[in-house]
Design a protein around this ligand. Sequence first.
Ligand code: MG
Length: 273
Amino acid sequence: MKKSAGIAAALVLAAGLTVYATVPLGFARGGQDHKKEGYQDTPLIPGQKWKVHDSERPVPAVVTPGEHYGAPPSDAVVLFDGKDLSKWKGPKGEAHWKVADGYVEETKGGDLQTIDSWGDFQLHIEWASPAEVKGGSQGRGNSGVFLHGRYEIQVLDSYENPTYADGQASAIYGQWPPLVNAARKPGEWQTYDIVFHAAHFKDGQVEKLATVTVFHNGILTQEKKEILGPTQHRQAPKESAYDGKGPIRLQDHGNPTRFRNIWIRPIKGYDGE
Ligand code: MG
């Protein structure tokens, strides 16, 4: 940061601690008052069309973070706010899962999926497996978050619940176990933060597989991992061409898993492109 262009703002906290933050002049929130700080006599950044500190480079859009961890930021599409399922549908049309006390509960009669579709996105979703433990292995708190309705990020009560590795919570089911088991206890709310990039196809052939990054309860469990194809049970996955967009689908696996605070942000390119 160019120091001469900054002003120092001092925030005196109640504890007597002084924190200094520098705010560059000409970069008002919102970016509309951007005064083209920067340079035009600098070299190109290798591999980019922009110069180093390029004054013509678009200023990133301002997004206001949520008030607390997990709260939707200002540009998120809120899919479920704890009250209504108007953005969702079931196999027969209507969204049939039970809504109560700020959550929606997995209900028999099929999966629940969004009406809309997305390409690349960031997804936040919170879930809780049943507080009363019933069953074991894959029969205990099983649900799932299907990306594009095709690829399952497993939801399972993985707290002291032995099961196969690629079927644990936050596994890319049947393909990749999570890096670590970050499960909370049954009945406790847990979070997934998921970054998904869709597969690319050319002439009906796979050009690039989809990738996914997952944070389970804030802990990295999948890191830009290639997804080998639509989720299978006891079979090898194989990717096949589609239009590269799809819904979020929540699995009905017969266990009353709960979900809340679901939001999504389509991922846009750098420099507004
Ligand atoms: Mg599942």
